[in-house]
Design a protein around this ligand. Structure first.
Ligand code: F6P
Length: 356
């Protein structure tokens, strides 16, 4: 059998070898100018932020980009706390609460001078795109910053409060609700043993998502949220009616931002109106911000972190990646914080029926 002889020019050979190089090095090439991505967490930490950081770092490296961690949110950006990240920096972090990049609430960033300093630091470190993970304050800051400075950025919703438009759920909400549920279930055991009224305050700033979801999931007798005004007289009637029916276990879940001013104040009001009532107050507080993220939060973070890098490479900017009806979608920063996020209709309706 005769073997075939191919004539290969030196240029063809080099071309061929050159094209093989990315495959050999496991590098993906893309058409974008972006090379150095800065990423940060800002505002209150939320469980799942580390899983999001991991997804961003690993996707960026897979795409041949260099990720940089910006430590302590916008404040760290102003101060130039910026360091290159490798894939090993995010090893063993997917299951950890908090944020390995630390976080902060920066007042300085909300000044013209602060934003200018932050931009100068980004230029100094040749950062040509950003991914920010945070909540309401982070996106309000972003709206102002990107009005003044042009650098492509994608945001991820990271807050236990679930108060951002443009996504059904924010990173950390599911974990926080599950933490609240575990605590409230335990409180029910003791409430039931003593026939007492327990008032449990949950976080959420001025949003009632954690209260609504944990209240329904724990079978609370009353749920107070800032989004729905309640008449104190009606609540008092309910509790007195419960007492007549000898239904003495009463769990009231109240959002910290509720019009009554939280659990302590609600308890004080009830005690002045219902003589002989015995109440106990529990404020769950920052326990809701910690702990290992749930499966839902880890998946949400991983999907959104991957999507953020891909979006930047596709030329998207100044939008938040979210999940609506299971699909990744993008919403301009200003739209995410413009209006109060509505509740799904059925959630409000079932509260009236199931809390009776
Ligand atoms: O936004 C998250 C959140 O935990 C809110 O629910 C709460 O009102 C606030 O942060 C508490 O903030 P800090 O940790 O700064 O006291």
């Amino acid at each position: 059998m005769q073997s075939e002889i191919f004539e290969v020019s030196a240029v063809d050979f080099l071309n061929y070898e050159y094209k093989k190089l990315p495959l050999l090095l496991n590098i993906q090439y893309h058409m974008s100018n972006i090379q150095r991505i800065g990423l940060m967490t800002s505002g209150g930490d939320s469980p799942g932020m580390n899983a999001a950081i991991r997804a961003i770092v690993r996707t960026a490296i897979y795409e041949g980009l260099q990720p940089f961690g910006i430590y302590r949110g916008y404040q760290g950006m102003i101060e130039g706390q910026i360091k290159a990240l490798q894939t090993t920096d995010v090893s063993n972090t997917i299951h950890r609460g908090g944020t390995i990049l630390k976080t902060a609430r920066s007042k300085e960033f909300m000044t013209e001078e602060g934003m200018k300093k932050a931009y100068e630091q980004l230029k100094k470190h040749d950062i040509d795109a950003l991914v920010m993970i945070g909540g309401d304050g982070t996106f309000r800051g972003a709206v102002e910053f990107f009005k003044r400075f042009d650098i492509p950025a994608i945001g991820l919703p990271g807050t236990i409060d679930n108060d951002l438009n443009g996504t059904d759920f924010t990173i950390g909400f599911d974990t926080a609700v599950n933490t609240a549920i575990q605590a409230i279930d335990k409180i029910r055991d003791t409430a039931d043993s003593h026939d007492r009224v327990f008032i449990v305050e949950v976080m959420g700033r001025d949003a009632g998502y954690i209260a609504l979801y944990s209240g329904i999931a724990c079978g609370a007798e009353h749920i107070f949220i800032p989004e729905k005004a309640e008449s104190l007289d009606m609540i008092i009637d309910h509790i007195q009616d419960d007492q007549l029916r000898k239904k003495l276990t009463n769990i009231i879940v109240v959002a910290e931002g509720d019009e009554f001013g939280g659990a302590q104040e609600l308890s004080r009001l009830l005690l002045t109106k219902i003589p002989g009532l015995e109440t106990r107050v529990t404020i769950l507080g920052h326990v809701q911000r910690g702990g290992a993220p749930t499966c839902n939060d880890r998946l949400l973070s991983s999907r959104l972190g991957y999507a953020a890098v891909q979006a930047l490479l596709a030329g998207k900017k100044n939008e938040m990646a979210g999940l609506i009806n299971g699909e990744i979608c993008f919403t301009p920063f200003d739209q995410c914080v413009k209006t109060r996020k509505p509740f799904p209709d059925d959630m409000m309706k079932i509260v009236d029926v199931l809390t009776k």
